[in-house]
Design a protein. Structure first.
Length: 219
């Protein structure tokens, strides 16, 4: 059993991560801006506390006593640059806990834009990407660039990027792994359900197999 603090627990991905972790017997604290508005449909968390992933002090308070901090934060219709702020806040908050006890690991939900396609270019360099999506891709990339400056000896971090297409669907419990390259099937498609993405993320929590780097998954 692992004690997990989860930011973004009410989002499309965060809800699946919450349920997947709970079904495996982990303790999950959902960290939300307003606990009174935590929906019953996303419930089941071991605890629900107030917190803000954009505030390092709030991250530190939520992270204390937990073994893993997960961020499934997304900016929604807000400024994509908040993804970079969140990454810096997560690392800063965990660092501030000091060395009296082992620091929590940090697992961040990243983006697919900075993955390299089988043909060579990055996903975000492909033609026809809408400007708002492109801005979000690059913000995820900037957050990853920051994480890569963090020595794993100081904060044991991991970033998990999804396939090019991710949407709610079936939980099969299976996926294929990649690192910085987009994972595609025989027809060149890169897809995963949010349910299986959550499976992969909780597997990483349990296995700690990609410390200090980004990896990706797809069907």
């Amino acid at each position: 059993m692992t004690k997990i603090a989860l930011f973004g627990a009410t989002g499309t991905i965060g809800t699946r991560v919450l349920h997947e972790a709970l079904r495996r017997g982990h303790e999950v604290t959902a960290v939300v801006r307003d606990p009174a508005r935590f929906p019953d449909s996303a419930g089941g968390a071991t605890a629900v506390v107030r917190g803000d992933v954009l505030d390092p002090a709030s991250v530190a308070e939520a992270a204390a006593g937990h073994e893993v901090v997960v961020s499934a934060f997304g900016p929604g219709s807000g400024d994509p640059a908040a993804l970079v702020t969140a990454a810096r806040s997560l690392i800063g908050g965990v660092r501030s806990l000091g060395t009296d006890a082992p620091a929590p690991r940090v697992v961040v939900v990243g983006g697919a834009g900075s993955l390299r396609t089988p043909g060579g270019p990055m996903v975000w360099d492909e033609a026809g990407v809408p400007a708002p999506v492109l801005a979000l891709m690059h913000a995820h990339g900037d957050a990853l660039d920051f994480l890569r400056t963090v020595p794993v000896e100081e904060v044991r971090w991991t970033c998990l990027s999804p396939a090019a297409q991710i949407a709610p669907g079936e939980r099969t419990g299976t996926y294929r792994l990649g690192l910085d390259g987009l994972v595609v099937d025989e027809e060149g498609r890169s897809r995963i359900s949010t349910e299986d993405f959550a499976v992969a993320l909780v597997d990483e929590i349990e296995r700690d197999a990609h410390a200090g780097r980004r990896f990706t998954v797809a069907h």
